[in-house]
Write a protein that binds this ligand. Structure first.
Ligand code: ZN
Length: 289
């Protein structure tokens, strides 16, 4: 079973819990942090999907060209890392249009962008205008719905597998919908949903637990892994004064993250998300049913 490997391409000062506290003009580190990931992927001959921030592409066009030239899928993480709850239809429309303009400059006008991931998994029923906006901007899939609620984001009752969401209530399926949703992966244990997809959860769970849960999921469906280059880079600056809880959520386990990702690449099969989606559609899983 091939799974989706996804990387949200942003810098250490973008995450929601730290960006308010970053002072002055922060020194970029995304090129170094991403370089070690690209070398890791090359070593394991794995291609992934990079959800690129338009602002990163503008600042580091050569990094985006390198990623693209190595065969990875380029997808959108918006332009400025503004969560959907701070935007509206027009605001997101502008973000997507400026993203496309930057990508046309960096990779040429023919570049194909199919996928979107919202900053901070901010896609929920309050921000469902965003799905309509993605359809209107030609996106084929979204992967922003976190089907478990935590104190920052999440949609409690959203489906856990690839589906076509109803644009008026994204917890519901609608076979006629023009966009696909690949929700972040949770392990269902009775009525409890345990996030096993990445980020904080990837850093906090011991590897043998992650592997056991992901193997169980793989018996019936593909999963998605997500992480950020700064999360797997030991030199990521630790922003001071953000409070103990935010510091734990943002920085816990960074030292061991790179090794965990490498073990995932050894133990599971991966490919870009668009490939997993096409494979799933071809297999005729109940996407349109
Ligand atoms: Zn992000």
């Amino acid at each position: 079973m091939k799974n989706a490997l996804t990387i949200d391409l942003e810098d250490w000062y973008h995450p929601e819990l730290v960006k308010r506290y970053v002072q002055g003009d922060p020194a970029p580190q995304v090129v170094e942090a991403t370089d070690q990931i690209l070398r890791l992927l090359d070593r394991h001959r794995v291609r992934a999907t990079f959800f690129v921030l338009g602002d990163i592409a503008r600042k580091h066009p050569d990094l985006i060209r390198t990623i693209h030239a190595r065969g990875h899928e380029i997808a959108s993480h918006g332009t400025s890392h503004t969560p959907l709850w701070d935007l509206d239809y027009e605001g997101l429309d502008q973000e997507l249009k400026s993203f496309r303009a930057v990508m046309a400059d960096v990779l040429g006008p023919a570049v194909n962008i199919s996928g979107f991931r919202a900053p901070t998994f901010s896609m929920d029923n309050r921000t469902r205008y965003a799905l309509r906006c993605l359809v209107d901007n030609g996106y084929r899939y979204d992967t922003s719905i976190f089907p478990a609620k935590n104190h920052i984001y999440g949609v409690k009752d959203a489906p856990c597998t690839l589906y076509r969401p109803d644009l008026n209530d994204l917890r519901l399926k609608d076979a006629r919908s023009d966009i696909l949703e690949f929700p972040l992966t949770v392990f269902e244990w009775g009525r409890v949903r345990i996030p096993v997809s990445g980020g904080f959860y990837l850093r906090v769970f011991p590897y043998f637990i992650l592997r056991a849960l992901l193997r169980k999921i793989n018996r019936t469906r593909p999963f998605v892994i997500y992480f950020h280059p700064w999360e797997a880079y030991p030199e990521t600056p630790r922003v001071k004064g953000i409070g103990l809880k935010n510091a734990l959520i943002t920085y816990y386990g960074i030292k061991g993250a790179f090794e965990k990702i490498e073990r995932l690449l050894q133990d599971f099969e991966f490919e870009p998300m668009i490939d997993v989606i096409q494979r799933t559609e071809q297999a005729g899983y109940a996407i349109r049913a």
